[in-house]
Design a protein around this ligand. Structure first.
Ligand code: FAD
Length: 106
């Protein structure tokens, strides 16, 4: 059976890592494709209630793909929207590259 928690954890890992390694200055084509990626992703994410809420959320807050910084921040905000819904703690989005690219600086 589908494990929503396990799927969620690994999916966020993939999505945040992808955002942290997205080009700092993407081409117009790359920027457009990343918007398409999230639209398609939200259609096929294999947890239906999750996918439906995520579709609503990105309709209101469309993907920001002009720079790596903008994409990483946008995705962090989307994850925080889900965290809030589930009663999980908010994540400090200034630490998103530390978590997903550079490793914790401690
Ligand atoms: P996760 O939320 O999976 O986070 C994993 C790690 O990411 C954390 O340990 C932390 O280090 C880091 N992190 C946390 N917040 C952020 C952030 N804002 N930015 C960057 N890094 C962060 N579950 C449901 O029950 N209902 C839903 O409607 C639902 N919708 C989802 C929609 C999407 C698009 C995805 C990918 C998942 C969804 N999930 C949903 C799953 C849910 O978000 C969690 O993944 C799951 O509950 C496991 O939570 P976790 O505590 O292991 O940490």
């Amino acid at each position: 059976p589908l494990d929503k928690e396990e799927l969620g954890k690994s999916t966020w890992g993939f999505l945040h890592t992808m955002a942290s390694y997205y080009p700092e200055k993407p081409t117009k084509s790359e920027a457009e494709k990343m918007v398409q990626f999230f639209n398609i992703f939200s259609q096929f994410y294999p947890c239906e209630p999750c996918a439906l809420d995520f579709q609503d959320d990105i309709k209101k807050n469309p993907p920001k793909t002009k720079t790596r910084e903008e994409l990483a921040k946008w995705l962090c905000d989307r994850h925080n929207t889900v965290n809030k819904k589930l009663g999980k703690p908010m994540f400090d989005c200034s630490k998103v590259h530390e978590r997903w690219k550079d490793g914790w600086l401690d």
